[in-house]
Ligand binder design. Structure first.
Ligand SMILES: Cc1cc2nc3c(=O)[nH]c(=O)nc-3n(C[C@H](O)[C@H](O)[C@H](O)COP(=O)(O)OP(=O)(O)OC[C@H]3O[C@@H](n4cnc5c(N)ncnc54)[C@H](O)[C@@H]3O)c2cc1C
Length: 452
């Protein structure tokens, strides 16, 4: 290699830079890792295939943070405070510890926090390969506007959600349940021009017991076909009139959007035909199907739902909402028994307290919930590393966990903490001149300090 180029697959390609820490994926996990690595003295590059940070919580339009009653690290509160500074009201008014935001304010807030920490970003660059020598990733090969380019790092964080770097580097990965079927993906959308009070009044007039938001700024409503939701007869009428297809009744859920009066975010449609979302072709087909479902739902709501008479489609997600796909098969695999037993580990570096929340593509919804407020399990550092690739840590929804357990660890408060742990591991590994998979998780836990 000379200073500015290297040879990859017989082609001479540009080298964009050499860093201490290179992070793949600028979702909430990757940003949190980047803030902590950069603050810890690592020259840090965050590689993101889209053109804004946040991943699922911005580009896939997943805008509520699930409620969490356990302690969290500093990045979690820094994000909340920055959202507040930008006028985004983030706590609901009924004290459930749920945080709500909108995608634009979140993207702005986390980009500011990451850049202030001293990290660099490479947008519009997709990881497509990496070179590995002697169990260490040497460099990433990225598809960019400049063509294929390389970025070198001493250590790497896979925060891609899909474990794409772990996979490319030859680390063992799993996907799906015992039959290889993944959790259901969703293609979310937002609508504007809604008279939310009229909508709320109508749903409550039907005797709705789903929503606890009887008044105030927030409102949410839902309809799951076959489960006696008060809105189902109206949706059935939509099917009878040819506005909807039966599969559109599988799952309908909508929430308020802070800072966007008259707008609602839709946590649907569910893409049930996408049983194996690790298939590129299947993912692509499901996106087309999801878009058709969105357009049917929008027309149905405009024609049939009180409050939606003057509404319009504000935006469709620019990224598929993937709940679960590839997961690292690491040194420790977190299991549902760890959930049940509220497991504690000497190298516990993050906590989870959301229930096991499976939206199965083949078996429907499955919930296991036996926690009281304040109960939690720990996530060991060993579930974020593997033996096969030494200078790699995996964080976020693709760590080493069983299918069922992944359905608990995947929520935003937990992945932000995992990101912070991964960034702290990078700083510690750099300081002690050791590979990431030899970082002592107990020592890392001490370095991370108390959660609050
Ligand atoms: C439909 C749906 C509803 C949900 N509802 C909630 C909820 O209400 N509350 C809650 O707390 N959680 C919810 N979740 C879960 C939560 O949003 C996600 O698990 C979490 O955001 C994942 O964060 P992440 O950073 O690990 O991954 P992601 O947010 O997926 O980020 C991964 C990033 O990596 C990038 N990337 C991927 N591949 C490459 C590549 N090859 N090269 C470069 N970059 C790449 C992506 O563009 C993305 O920016 C929901 C998830 C879904 C899908």
């Amino acid at each position: 290699m000379n200073e500015a180029t290297m040879v990859y697959a017989g082609h001479t390609i540009p080298v964009l830079g050499c860093y201490d820490t290179v992070i793949v994926g600028g979702g909430s996990t990757g940003v949190s890792a980047g803030i902590c690595a950069a603050q810890g003295g690592c020259r840090t590059m965050l590689v993101e295939k889209s053109i804004r940070l946040g991943g699922t919580c911005t580009n896939a339009l997943v805008t509520p943070m699930m409620k969490s009653f356990t302690g969290h690290y500093s990045n979690f509160y820094a994000i909340e405070n920055r959202l507040k500074q930008h006028g985004c009201v983030v706590r609901d008014s009924i004290g459930t510890e749920m945080r709500w935001f909108n995608a634009e304010t979140m993207a702005q807030s986390i980009e500011e926090l990451y850049l202030e920490a001293g990290g660099e970003i490479l947008y519009d660059a997709a990881l497509c390969d990496c070179l590995v020598e002697q169990a260490q990733i040497q460099c990433l090969i990225l598809a960019t506007a400049q063509g294929l380019c390389a970025v070198y790092g001493k250590q790497y964080v896979d925060a891609s959600g899909d474990a794409v770097l772990a996979h490319a580097a030859g680390a063992p990965v799993d996907a799906g349940d015992e039959n290889g079927n993944n959790q259901m993906s969703s293609l979310r959308f937002e609508m504007g021009g809604i008279d939310i009070e009229a909508y709320r009044k109508y749903v409550f007039s039907l005797g709705d017991t789903y929503s606890i938001f009887t008044q105030g700024e927030y409102y949410e409503s839902a309809m799951v076909g076959g489960r006696n939701f008060v809105l189902e007869p109206l949706f059935q009428a939509g099917v009878a009139e040819g506005l909807l297809h039966p599969e559109d009744l599988r799952y309908y859920q909508t929430f308020s959007l802070p800072g966007k009066p008259g707008c609602l975010s839709f946590n649907c449609p569910h893409l049930a035909t996408l049983t194996k979302n690790t298939s590129a072709m299947a993912r692509s087909r499901a996106i087309t199907e999801g878009r058709q479902m969105i357009h049917r739902l929008v027309l149905f709501l405009q024609k049939k739902m009180p409050g939606f008479e003057h509404s319009f489609l504000l935006q469709e997600a620019s990224m598929l909402g993937v709940r679960e796909s590839w997961r690292l098969n690491g040194v420790y695999c977190l299991t549902e028994e760890d959930y049940t037993q509220q497991a504690r580990f000497a190298d516990g570096v993050a906590r989870g307290d959301w229930y096991i929340d499976v939206h199965s593509a083949t078996k429907g919804l499955f919930h296991q919930n036996n926690y009281r407020d304040g109960d939690y399990y720990e996530i060991p550092y060993r579930s974020m590393i593997c033996r096969q690739v030494e200078n790699l840590v995996v964080a976020g929804r693709c760590i080493s966990a069983t299918f069922l357990m992944q359905a608990s660890i995947r929520i935003l408060p937990t992945v932000i903490d995992m990101g912070q742990a991964a960034g702290a591991a990078c700083a510690l590994a750099q300081k002690n001149k050791i590979p990431l998979n030899r970082v002592d998780g107990t020592h890392l836990r001490e370095n991370l300090g108390e959660m609050r």
